[in-house]
Design a protein around this ligand. Structure first.
Ligand SMILES: Nc1ncnc2c1ncn2[C@@H]1O[C@H](COP(=O)(O)OP(=O)(O)OP(=O)(O)O)[C@@H](O)[C@H]1O
Length: 255
């Protein structure tokens, strides 16, 4: 069964279409979403995280059709989500924050302390566990955000620009973490860094003007690149070439 099964999804703001007919099927594994500023990546991820209901189209998560309240609640238990930016109560420590988010996701109460500590260790924030979030650097706060999304190992982990502000060591550590999480979960991440995708994702998509222009393995995108396309690496040239391609519909290929 697919973890994410979305068909002809449309989403917009006050009548302005942003995501315009995305179909995508994802199982366990890491999937990277690339696209220029304003392409609709965050809007799509918000829909998949069930934060905003699609304007039209169908969305099934772990087989749950999220249009009914009961199914929506069941699906939400399996979703860890790092939004592009998030607010938090001013004095929450890293531990308070990660535990609170796990509780919201209905991680069993007895498992919360262990799940939170594990997630904090995975992002290497143990020595800041008792520090209020407001006292952390931007990159550390991002890592606390990643920790809350992965606590309790949800089956679907959605990370919107997780590597923003991460230093080179942490970026490499993050890639290792994604590879590890992707063994059992579907990890869906958006980024502007093609290397993040190349090193972590078995499959990827390129979103442009609200539609997918490419879905497949990074090597396939690389092969698409024409010699005259802008970019310093084959993958960057493949990405630039894909932006000019017609929309594609993904039928949920095996990863
Ligand atoms: N809350 C909102 N209200 C109205 N319009 C919005 C809202 N959020 C996003 N938009 C618009 O939707 C479009 C897509 O935005 P979105 O943030 O999804 O793109 P993105 O691909 O994630 O961009 P970026 O790479 O810059 O983060 C943009 O034109 C943006 O102005």
């Amino acid at each position: 069964m697919l973890i994410v099964d979305v068909k002809a999804l449309h989403q917009g703001y006050r009548g302005k279409p942003v995501v315009r007919g995305v179909s995508l099927g994802l199982g366990a594994g890491a999937f990277g979403l690339l696209g220029p500023n304003g392409a609709g990546k965050s809007t799509l991820l918000r829909s998949l995280a069930t934060v905003s209901a699609p304007t039209s189209g169908t969305l099934r998560l772990f087989g749950h059709d999220v249009r009914t309240r009961k199914e929506l609640r069941a699906a939400r238990r399996g979703i860890g989500y790092l939004p592009q930016s998030f607010a938090h109560p001013a004095d929450f420590t890293v531990t308070d924050f990660v535990r609170h988010c796990a509780w919201l996701r209905e991680v069993p109460r007895r498992d919360i302390p262990r799940s939170a500590s594990e997630a904090i260790e995975q992002v290497e924030l143990q020595s800041q566990a008792g520090t209020p979030l407001r006292k952390l650097s931007g990159g550390m706060r991002r890592r606390a955000g990643i920790a809350q999304a992965i606590a309790g190992r949800p089956a679907l982990i959605i990370l919107d620009e997780p590597t923003t502000g991460l230093d080179p060591h942490q970026r490499v550590r993050f890639r290792e973490l994604v590879r590890e999480l992707a063994r059992d979960s579907c990890v869906l991440l958006s980024t502007h860094l093609v290397e993040d995708v190349a090193h972590t994702c078995a499959r990827m998509g390129v979103l442009y003007e609200g539609t997918l222009r490419f879905v497949g393995p990074p090597a396939e995108l690389q092969a698409l690149g024409t010699a005259d396309a802008p970019g310093d690496t084959p993958l960057e040239r493949g990405y630039a070439t894909a932006l000019g391609a017609p929309p594609v519909q993904d039928r949920g290929g095996a990863q």
